[in-house]
Write a protein that binds this ligand. Structure first.
Ligand code: SAH
Length: 255
């Protein structure tokens, strides 16, 4: 549920998300524990609810962030066959989720946060620079904040290939193992699907409800052979700002 995971401290909040089974994997829990939400949420950082961060944007509620990371987890952890995962966080806003992803991708991994409001891209970077670990992620290029229209995804140049990912890039290209979309889309943008590696997953809220009360969270999976499968997971109540992913609905398990 949206509110019952609130806590007095960062640890409290994460333990409550864990006890309420919104975080289910110990590696996800570990990653969330490493990121102090107070660096990203302007007030009441340990409440399980979305909050305004200015410019008509919100930092999503912790249980929604948990849901997104749980869903994308198999694609963002380094493995023998994929030692340098590449994650695109579209609508990076506060930068909080961008930071959580960075905790999971490992030394050679990459997380790019794309934001169409320059002041928010700068905010995400400033927030990340509040911790020593965040500063290290920015210094080494594990995390980059970029200004752009996320509907077009993001294409990195060859000069941005990181040490340790050369072989993976050679084999699998510069696309993304996971794309998280933090703002609702009116359609499944083909360009985003095209930028998924094979295999890869996109987590995306879509405005697909006739009643205009709800949005639905979808995943788009591309398998190793490039075959694409779309799945509608669950509904979330629509927020005031229709471009912003609602965090008011329950986070149901995708299965
Ligand atoms: N995930 C972030 C922000 C969620 S709010 C967090 O939890 O802090 C959605 C964000 O998407 C806002 O910051 C908004 O500015 C951004 N956004 C909306 N449309 C966009 C677009 N077309 N391209 C890039 N960012 C966009």
């Amino acid at each position: 549920m949206a509110w019952r995971s609130s806590g007095a401290t960062n640890r409290d909040l994460i333990e409550n998300l864990w006890n309420n089974k919104l975080i289910k994997d110990a590696r996800v829990k570990e990653a969330f524990l490493k990121v102090d939400r107070a660096h990203y949420a302007p007030s009441h950082p340990y409440d399980d609810r979305p909050q305004s961060i200015g410019y008509g944007a919100t930092i999503s509620a912790p249980h929604m962030h948990a849901c997104a990371v749980e869903s994308l987890l198999p694609y963002i952890l380094p493995t023998a066959s994929n030692p340098a995962p590449r994650v695109l966080d579209i609508g990076s806003g506060s930068g909080y989720l961008t930071h959580v992803f960075a905790e999971l991708v490992g030394d050679s991994g990459t997380v790019v946060g794309v934001e169409h409001i320059p002041q928010l891209a700068a905010l995400g970077e400033r927030n990340m620079a509040k911790s020593a670990e965040g500063r290290e992620f920015l210094r080494t290029g594990r995390v980059k904040f970029r200004v752009g229209d996320g509907r077009k995804g993001w294409v990195e140049t060859e000069g941005e290939v990181r040490e340790g990912e050369e072989e993976a890039v050679e084999r699998r290209g510069m696309g993304w193992d996971a794309i998280h979309v933090g703002a609702s889309a009116v359609e499944m943008h083909d360009e985003l699907v095209r930028q998924l590696r094979a295999p890869a997953r996109m987590f995306i809220p879509v405005d697909d409800d006739e009643s205009r009360i709800e949005q639905h969270i979808w995943t788009v999976d591309k398998d190793g052979g490039g075959r694409v499968e779309r799945k509608r997971l669950f509904g979330v109540r629509k927020p005031t700002y229709i471009t912003v992913l609602s965090s008011l609905g329950q986070c149901f398990s995708p299965g």
